[in-house]
Design a protein around this ligand. Sequence first.
Ligand code: NCD
Ligand code: ZN
Length: 337
Amino acid sequence: MSITLNSPLDMHLHLRDKEMLTLVAPLSAKTFSGAIIMPNLVPPISTKEELLAYKSRILEATKGQTFKPYMTLFFKPTYTKEFLENFEDELTAIKLYPAGITTNSEGGVAGFDVEELRPTLTAMSELNIPLCVHGETNGFVMDREAEFVSIYEMLATNFPKLKIIMEHITTKESVEALDRFENLYATITLHHLLLTLDDVAGGMLQPHLFCKPIAKRPEDREALRKIAFASHPKVMFGSDSAPHPQHAKESCGCAAGVFTAPIAIQVLTELFMKHSTIENLQAFISGNAQKIYNNLKVPKKIITLEKEAFLVPKIYGNVVPLYAGETINYSIKEIES
Ligand code: NCD
Ligand code: ZN
C-alpha cells in the first residue's frame, strides 16, 4: 500500500546559515513544500533587510527545488505597527524566545511584563501576524514548560485577537491549555512523539537526542500522541529540526537540538501507520497549518511513500541525524511538484 501526502509543511525549522544552510536546506526542500524558518541566527533576524537577505540565501540554497521559506522575525518589544506593516507580505510570524533559554536566544524577553510587551503584541494583533513562542521558564528543567502555561494564559487573555503558537510542546499541561483558550495553537515535533527522558538520559547519555525542551515523561508523550494522531485542528507538525555540527553535539557541553529533516516524513508515516491513524496525517502535516496560518499559500508537492526499508545515513555532511545508521521502515518512492 502506498501513502500519498500533499504539500507537507514543517512549521518550525532551523536552517542556520552559510555552509550549514547549504547542507541542510536542500534536505528539507526535497520533501517539504515549505517551512516556517526560525530567526535565531547570530545576530538574530530583526530587520526587514536581514529577513529579506536571509530569505534570498535560503532560496539560493534550494535553487531548482519547490520550497517556500515562510520567514519570521526575532521578537523585540519595540517593534511598531509602521515598522511591521512595511514588510507584512514577507513576514509570516514573529518568534518569541525567553532570554537565554535555548540556542542563540540571549536577546530574548526577560521578565514577561505585559505592559512592556504590549506595543509589539498590539501591532501584531492588528496586522494578524501570529506569535510563535518558545514556552519555557528558567525553572527546574522538567517543570519549565508547565510553569510557562501561566504566561501563555496571560498572553492569550490580554491579546485575544493574537494567534499564539505554543512551539514544540512536550507536556500534558500544554495539551490541556490548548483547549482552554481559543487563540492558543501548538506545534509538535517528531522526536517528542517518539522519545521520553529515558531515551535521552536513562542509559548511556545520548547527545543526539538532547534538545530544548527536553523530552518528558511517558504520560506527556501519550498526551502529545493523542492530539497528533487525532489531528486536533489546533495542532500542526513542526519538526524543530535543529542541526549542530557533530563536534558540538559529541562534546563536553552538548548543544541542544535533534536533526530530523531528512527522515521526518518517513518516520511520521511509520508512526501514524503503526497507530492506525494514517488518514489523519495529511491534516497534521499540512491542512491544519494552512488554516491556522490564515490560509497560507502553499506550493504543490505530492510525496508518495511505501513500506520499504531505508538505511539512514550515519551522517549528512557533519551532522548526525536521528536514527543514524539504523533502518526505518518507510521510504520515499516519488516526489512530484
Ligand atoms: C534549537 C536550536 O538549536 O536552534 N534547539 C533545540 O534544542 N530545539 C532552538 C530551539 O528551538 O529551542
Ligand atoms: Zn526550534
